[in-house]
Design a binder for this molecule. Structure first.
Ligand SMILES: [Zn+2]
Length: 132
C-alpha cells in the first residue's frame, strides 16, 4: 500500500465515521421521539394493533446496522493508527488493495470474510462507487 493509497483510505474512513456518527445520532433521536424509554429499544413490546410498529422495527434495524458499521469503521481507523491496517485479523495475510478500496473498513481478507459469512459486500468490478 502506498502512502497516497493509505491517506486516501484514511480520509474515506474518517468521512464514513463522520457520516455514521451523524446518522446514528439522528436515528436515535427519531427513536427517542417514538419510544418513551430510551435504552430499552431491544425489548420493545410488540403490539399487533400498533400501526407504527413496523416502521419502528425498521428504524431499530437501521440503527443497529449503522452502529455495527460505525464500530467497524472505528476499528479500521484504530488499525491505521497502530499500523495493523490492511492485515487480516483472522489469518494475518495482507488484505488486497482492491478489497480495501471497496470496503475500507475490512478487517478480514476476502477468504476469511467468506468463511465467516461476514456481512461484507463482495466488490464488483465496474460497479458505481458507493455514496461514501
Ligand atoms: Zn484472512
Amino acid at each position: 500500500m502506498t502512502k497516497n493509497e493509505r491517506a486516501g483510505l484514511e480520509l474515506q474512513l474518517i468521512e464514513m465515521r463522520k457520516r455514521l456518527l451523524h446518522e446514528v445520532d439522528s436515528t436515535e433521536e427519531a427513536l427517542r421521539d417514538d419510544v418513551v424509554k430510551p435504552g430499552q429499544i431491544s425489548s420493545l413490546p410488540t403490539h399487533a394493533a400498533d400501526a407504527d410498529v413496523e416502521g419502528l422495527d425498521s428504524q431499530v434495524a437501521i440503527s443497529l446496522n449503522e452502529e455495527s458499521l460505525l464500530e467497524q469503521v472505528e476499528g479500521a481507523i484504530e488499525r491505521l493508527q497502530t499500523g495493523t491496517y490492511g492485515v487480516c485479523q483472522q489469518c494475518g495475510h495482507t488484505i488486497g488493495m482492491e478489497r480495501l478500496q471497496a470496503v475500507p473498513y475490512a478487517a478480514h481478507c476476502i477468504e476469511c470474510a467468506r468463511d465467516e459469512h461476514l456481512p461484507i459486500k463482495k466488490p464488483v468490478t465496474g460497479e458505481p462507487r458507493r455514496r461514501w
